[in-house]
Design a protein around this ligand. Sequence first.
Ligand code: GLC
Length: 579
Amino acid sequence: MSAAPWWRDAVVYQVYVRSFADGDGDGIGDLAGITSRLDHLEALGVDAIWLTPCYPSPQLDHGYDVADYFGIDPAYGDLAAFDRLVAEARRRSIRVLMDVVPNHCSSEHPWFRAALASPPGSPERARFFFRDGRGSDGELPPNNWRSVFGGSTWTRVTEADGSPGQWYLHTFSPWQPDLDWSCPDVVAMFRSMLTFWFDRGVDGFRVDAVAVVGKAAELPDAPPVPEGTAENDVWAHNPYTVFWPTAHDHWRDWRRLIDEYEAAHPGRELVTVSEAYTPDRPDLLLQYVGPDQFHQSFCFDLMLAPWRVDTLRVTIEPVAATLTAAGAPLTWTLNNHDTQRGVTRYGRADATEMSSWTKNNLVYTGAPVDLEVGTRRARAAITLAAALPGSLYLFQGEELGLPEVLDLPASARQDPIFFRTEGRETGRDGCRVPLPWSTDAATSFGFSSASVGADAPAAAPWMPQPDDWGAYSVAAQQDDPGSVLSMYRSLLRARRSLLDPDAPLEWPELGAHAGPHPELLVLRRGTVTVVVNVGAVDLAVAEVLPALVGESLLVSSLAGHHDPTVVPADTCCWFGPPR
Ligand code: GLC
């Protein structure tokens, strides 16, 4: 029996709390809604859920602006509702992860309010990055850094006496002031926060934006960026914060805290997963994951790869080799709340072009989309990702094959990226549209509970749903063997029953006989051979893979129409060993 911890090959389902299910009919997703829909997650076969931040927050970045790290936002429920969710999830053997945001808090956090009310140089300001401006009157920002969400990374404050004052640093929006981790208060607060939630039964944390937590002490100007760099990518070139090494001391401190917690609480196995985008740099990714830092760190490159054999392989093989050689686990994902949904991404007319490879999930291309093609490829992509060694993180709605909603009106958009770039970047709202559970438009397709609130109809959802959303609903898909939902369910079952978690990832040679097949990606996990055909033409297995594969075990395209001697276009198949 493997002694590996539960999370090593777990399937974790990301719940975007605001959009999953609304239990009280106010149009906003909440904890009671999640509890009421746990059956869906159990039937899907996930090991854990990760809740996006549900702490008290002004919701200017939908919870990634935390005003109190020790509570629940009233829009989402309260601590009792949280405890109920954890207990009900546990009853179904589903673990619960939260989301911790260490880089910044909300400008409504009591610490930031106190900092605004206190003079320059005060201990209250030392928890943040307050600096004097440049120019004769301090009217220019302290440096040239650009924010992830557009614009300068600095905002000037008005001092208590009404005079124009210092500036504060915010890597994201002005409502998200960065915390200075060289301040002991900051370190201590997060230590007690982790323990507070572990004591409530939480099994771990997804850790937000870890790559920007460190900062060079003098905050020097960033060097010029390469010509043609997209507006949303400028921040990523700032060497004085992105991957700045000082933060690693704090991640080591967190790991010590967690190891000690586990030692004091036998039976608890906790996990942290870091969010660090490290394009083409497995060596950098490795710095975040391991026995003295985060348990896991997302391997994001695969998510952003164009639909081509060379890019798929180059986003899997080097990171898998580097992390595996170091004994570090692999953590795959194809979707999250910051990234255009896979069905749309893979369906874009430029999905097979190198030019679409932005390597930045906030930079989208505006190419026209064919959803049928995108859905086929998304089914193939998850069938590939599910075969890789390590854990797999899903984003709510991908199991329904939801597309990105591209035509949200400007009046409905809420993402700070949209506002900070004055609409030049549409932002992430299109992947955050409330989920459809039924075909009943009167309850926002089952998103809002009709029973709560008695006779009053449920409020409109906080973000409008497209008219055809019901066709994607759980109710519409669950009894259809060809649906995306049925495929996800059987894929997760097959992953559990057919794959040996300890089997290494191998890349068999196709052999001269097979001839050049640039559309085929072939990998092996133990006795299972995984074949992806990224081309538009069906390929006969016997011709292209002689002696490599046996019985057809699984196919990502529509069930029921499958000829086992063929790997259809834009399809991933799993095969048993050659007979
Ligand atoms: C992370 C989150 C994103 C958030 C940002 C600021 O990238 O995933 O949603 O806006 O950090 O917290």
